[in-house]
Design a protein around this ligand. Structure first.
Ligand code: GAZ
Length: 265
């Protein structure tokens, strides 16, 4: 048997969940070796050499030592390279349609993360409006290309694998910002899509409780494993396990709770 490709990743990272979803759908979770990188520690020089100095993950190393970066690139590569039927649409026009939807993921992801990271109460409404506008755009797209749904095509596909990890991360907005899609026809189609994506059994790598607890520091304005002022532990710490910690306080504008209140010590 040839060597497996290696994916260097951060557990619970939405970008790597895209790849985990693909493997779950293919029924071949063991086709790729996942190697955990602890981003709170200095990066292994050997891995830095391989990536030529970049630190963003996930990174895929092929069985013959070549390097691929960017989750969407890796997702498409594995979809082509792994045995079994592809997740992508085979029909060229349909593949173009799913690619148009995927092209919206960057703005969507950025809007949700900037919203959770925001520390200024006066800017809340602006962040909410921005994100709602993007949800309405996706709603319009789905109404045009797949009015019945719930998925873009018959089944959960490539676009769903791209967006679902973000829908699940945005649980942090429900909890820390009281965000919810408003009632009303402008959101009905995207609401159905999002619900079907999140309910799909191939996407259950993370839970709401886990996201809310691990992403507390993002709600305090600190991303990527950075330490919040006055704290010694990151909410992303592997120990104590998130299950053994209490739910964090919801009011993100009141300042950070202590390591002790968060159950980190
Ligand atoms: N475009 C890349 C991909 O693979 O799709 C993004 C990968 C990435 O950002 N990975 C981050 C990383 O490895 C972790 S996840 N960081 C460690 C390092 O040393 O670079 C994303 C945002 C954002 C805030 C946070 C994140 C996030 O915007 O989840 O926007 C896309 C980082 C404010």
């Amino acid at each position: 048997m040839t060597k497996k490709p290696i994916v260097y990743h951060i557990p619970v990272c939405p970008f790597s969940q895209r790849l985990e979803i693909l493997l779950a759908l293919r029924g071949t979770p063991e086709a790729v070796e996942f190697r955990v990188v602890d981003i709170t520690r200095p990066r292994d020089p050997e891995l830095l050499r391989k990536t030529r100095g970049t630190t963003a993950l996930p990174v895929l190393e092929t069985s013959d030592g070549r390097i691929l970066k960017e989750s969407l690139v890796i997702l498409r590569y594995l979809d082509e390279a792994l045995p079994g039927g592809p997740l992508r649409r085979v029909d060229p026009f349909e593949h173009a349609v799913e690619s148009m939807l995927i092209a919206r993921e960057g703005a969507f992801t950025t809007a949700g993360y900037l919203f959770v990271l925001n520390q200024d109460r006066d800017q809340r409404a602006g962040h909410r409006d921005k994100l709602l506008g993007l949800y309405r755009d996706i709603d319009g797209f789905l109404c045009e290309h797949s009015p019945e749904g719930p998925f873009l095509f018959e089944d959960f596909g490539l676009a769903e694998a791209v967006f679902t990890p973000m829908f699940k991360r945005f649980w942090f907005l429900d909890y820390y910002e009281g965000f919810a899609l408003p009632e009303g026809p402008e959101y009905d189609r995207v609401r159905r899509w999002r619900a079907a994506c999140m309910a799909h059994p191939a996407t259950d790598q993370v839970s709401e409780e886990e996201i809310v607890k691990l992403y507390y520091d993002y709600a305090m304005g600190a991303g990527n494993g950075a330490l919040v002022e006055g704290r010694k532990m990151s909410s992303f710490a592997f120990e104590p396990h998130w299950r053994d910690r209490p739910m964090p306080p919801r009011d993100k504008y009141a300042g950070s709770a202590s390591d002790a209140v968060l159950g980190l010590v």
